[in-house]
Design a protein around this ligand. Structure first.
Ligand code: NDP
Length: 450
């Protein structure tokens, strides 16, 4: 049995019967036979359906957003924004996939030579609970537009979201088998992945899950894309517009109750502005409204599960034992962890060298640009960095030395359908979104006609 539980009220929302091996095989059969039809459909046909999916999301955003909020505790206004962003990615690929995957002529000594982008088949998506709609749609929109079909293994605590997403595609008119939600826990993933009807896999989640899935995929020579954790630095130089940097840094860390791979998790402050910035930052964090995630004014909800809040509590406590100082927060009640700011964080502490997946941030100061750069790169992760400065020359100097998949200047790191998204180091490999994302699950076929 897989149980959906409201982390704010503790109420059991639904008990799902897990798929048997026979159910899994039937679903894969349906997906595989649908692929044979779907890959032959035109871009304009797929595009029409994808636009309908966008319409369905927008029309019933309240229904979908409430499912997100009830199942994983995200404040309702943020759930609505998430559903709207899903509609955007559907529209983006509906309008651009044909161009992004058009055959490309290449001049060689052949009479004719070009590259084709053709779909691979059934792609398995293993997805997390933190953005339970967005993470799935940013995979599904390009994958389906490319002519693939998808099977979803959603996080066990957001299976109702998985069911609703399947419903979006069916209501939009996608044929059965194009996109299916598999009701399975992580123990059954291997059975799906090794099945010869499954051609590739994408996973968003922890390093442990990513490593396990990628090694199975590797053993069976299947393409994988991994989008794992991050520990983005928010770097405020002394010449930054402090007011703007403050607003952005608070949002970068605390939106989605801190549960985002691209959240700013390490606040690096130049020592000349550290005192002023810190006290204004703490004031802002104290003012964040925590409460019932179903209420519109709530900005900080609960974490998606109590064990996740306990993990953050442990990282905070360990760091305090090592010398960090709590400026606000630091307390937990069940799945709620109070927005927390720690000062005097050093590179050996969990608040710096581990991923913190909740509403807590550590402050570390620096004196020189070189020191800042060392701190930025001193992490096992590589998703993104936010630099706050007015000095364009500095930005140009730093960017080539930064190891992450993204650098945002005077802005928080965010995902946008038009821009590639993905990491380096332990943050994974491959890219999602943009023309790079849609080309992950295609056969890049070389054609040479003499
Ligand atoms: P997991 O990585 O365990 O879960 C993510 C997805 O992977 C879920 O669908 C999960 O299924 C599945 N999964 C887990 N283990 C395996 C496995 N061995 N084989 C196949 N699939 C697997 O994340 P958690 O929920 O445990 O969160 C723990 C931490 O992971 C967070 O604190 C955060 O650091 C990181 N994380 C990062 C995310 C990101 O956006 N990059 C998103 C979520 C978490 P099931 O739920 O059934 O176990």
């Amino acid at each position: 049995m897989i149980i959906s539980q409201n982390p704010y009220t503790g109420e059991t929302l639904k008990e799902h019967r897990e798929f048997s091996s026979e159910d899994i095989s039937n679903a894969l059969e349906k997906a595989d036979s649908q692929f044979k039809e779907w890959k032959g459909t035109s871009f304009s046909h797929r595009s029409k359906l994808m636009l309908k999916a966008a319409e369905e999301l927008k029309k019933n955003k309240q229904e979908y957003a409430e499912t997100i909020t009830r199942e994983m505790g995200k404040p309702i206004t943020q759930s609505i924004a998430e559903v709207e962003k899903c509609a955007w990615v559907c529209e983006y690929y509906a309008e651009r996939a044909e161009k992004q995957l058009a055959a490309e002529k290449i001049d060689t000594d052949a009479k004719e030579s070009y590259v084709n982008y053709s779909p691979l088949g059934v792609v398995l998506a293993i997805m997390p609970w933190n953005y339970p709609f967005w993470q799935v749609f940013r995979f599904a929109a390009p994958a389906l537009m490319a002519g693939n079909v998808g099977v979803l293994k959603h996080a066990s605590n957001t299976m109702m979201c998985g069911e609703k997403i399947e419903q979006v595609f069916l209501r939009a008119g996608f044929p059965e088998g194009c996109f299916q939600n598999l009701l399975i826990g992580s123990k059954k993933v291997e059975e799906v992945l090794v099945d010869e009807r499954v051609k590739a896999v994408t996973l968003t989640g922890s390093g442990g899950a990513g490593g396990a899935v990628a090694s199975t995929a590797g053993k069976h020579i299947k393409k994988s894309v991994l989008e794992l954790g991050g520990s983005n630095a928010l770097v405020v130089f002394e010449d930054a517009d402090l007011k703007e940097a403050l607003e952005t840094a608070v949002q970068a860390r605390f939106q989605n109750t801190g549960q985002s791979c691209i959240a700013g998790k390490r606040l690096l402050l130049h020592k000349n502005i550290a005192g002023e910035f810190t006290s204004r930052f703490v004031e802002k964090v104290k003012a964040l409204k925590a409460g019932d995630p179903m209420e519109e004014e709530t900005y900080i909800g609960v974490q998606a599960r109590e064990d996740l809040a306990k993990d953050v509590e442990k990282q905070v406590n360990e760091s305090v034992k090592m010398g960090a100082k709590i400026l606000t927060g630091g307390v937990r009640k069940k799945a709620f962890f109070a927005p927390t700011v720690l000062d005097k964080v050093t590179t050996e502490m969990p608040m710096f060298n581990e991923e913190t997946f909740g509403p807590a941030i550590g402050i570390t100061t620096f004196e020189t640009e070189e020191e800042a750069l060392k701190l930025i790169n001193k992490t096992q992760f590589g998703l993104g960095v936010s630099l706050f400065t007015q000095d364009h020359e500095r930005v140009k100097r730093l960017i080539p030395q930064i190891e992450d998949g993204a650098v945002f200047v005077n802005e928080l790191v965010k995902s946008d359908p038009r821009l590639p998204f993905g990491g380096t180091k332990k943050s994974g490999y491959g890219r999602e979104l943009s023309q790079f994302g849609i080309r992950e699950f295609v056969n890049i076929q070389t054609v040479y006609i003499k």
